[in-house]
Ligand binder design. Sequence first.
Ligand SMILES: Cc1ncc(COP(=O)(O)O)c(C=O)c1O
Length: 475
Amino acid sequence: MLRNEPSLPGGLRRCIVIADTWGKPMDTTGSQEPDAAAALRNDLEAFWLPFTPNRLFKRAPRLVAGAKDMHYFTPEGRAVLDGAAGLWCCNAGHNREPIVAAVARAAAQLDYVPAFQFAHPQAFALASRIAALAPGDLDYVFFCNSGSEAVDTALKIALAYHHVRGEGARTRLIGRERAYHGVGFGGISVGGIASNRKFFGTLLTGVDHLPATYSREHQAFTAGEPDWGAHLADDLERIVALHDAATIAAVIVEPMAGSTGVLPAPRGYLERLRAICDRHGILLIFDEVITGFGRLGHAFAAERYGVTPDLVAFAKGVTSGAVPMGGAIVRRSVYDAFMRGPERTIELFHGYTYSAHPLACAAALAALDLYRDEGLFARARRLEAPFAEAAMTLKGLPGVLDVRSVGLAAGIDLAPRADAAGARGYEAMERAFRDEDLMIRITGDTLAVCPPLIATEAQIGEIFDKLSRAIRATN
Ligand SMILES: Cc1ncc(COP(=O)(O)O)c(C=O)c1O
């Protein structure tokens, strides 16, 4: 007996059938009934969903059982337009045949090999491809499995870099308010979201934060980078004066803060940060977990802004979301600093069991081929203007406080309900999914739209039409 059966939508029982017939053709007719054992295994109770109100979700689950290109398919066979590239990751669209085939081939040929003391050829091929896409002398790639690990890897390399050069007093890390750098202790320490920090103790010590770059007063309804706000980079000079440059290892920023609502760097901001870091021997890290692999119309946002950081954290789009993978790209000078001393010594005491996993490498190489062969980064550049225009049609809807867009990403702030922060955003997401067959992303009362880069202009129009109806329905 399903514990929460009474309030389940009709699709759930059919979903159970699908889950139990995985690998066989999908039955979306609902003609089969699950046996009791299958029902027990799938009563929705055991899975503790991340960043989700679990009890609310389990009362009325939003389930997805398949995907292709721009669409998800629910267990009952509804096609849901993907306005969020999964979770900012499926940049080439879903279940693309070359990626599926590459992963299947890899799984059959080499399931696993350690990256400690051993390696497989595709890991080197992929590192070379990623280094070639990255600007300047960002020439070396350290692999991990997620954006959170990528951030922690970049922070650790930055700390160790100063240590191996004899500047071990440089231990401070500078993040930014409203930043999201994943959920590792490093990431939440330099991150700037109170609810991601306040439950978890003292975090890393010696961390300071730049101010957030968003101001509704100065930036509302901006398409592209806002003109106001470059001066906020100068706050780094205040932090340097307070702590002394000799104690600061690195500054980490997202070139465009995605998770907190699409906040692009103000014009000139990143250049100013770069100059201040250079003046004081501080490493600059770009967290490109969202902006990497095309979201802003380039392989990396560093290229869009003409600013080369010392390290780049990446994940998500590297495999188009098909297999977990992340990593840190580092400049030659950073890598070289470690390549001293006797050759027998391990240069960096860091790594993961699944660093450069063969399935992830295969998925990434196939995804990079698709990005290249279909010109998807240039496509995102071409679509930026019509996308922004479509996003701005939401301006003037009741309860819409701001719409921002950059590349193929838009953030929409809704007016919070009195005493119920986040309720309107949640309702908009829920209505979009159930009533409009559209998947979007929310953070509180802020909505994000970031479709796969294969979206057509017509599909972009469809996304914002659907979203407009969902937003209206929340009023
Ligand atoms: C900028 C940024 N950094 C890090 C992360 C964490 O990535 P993951 O969820 O793969 O750990 C995210 C996830 O959205 C992100 O947007």
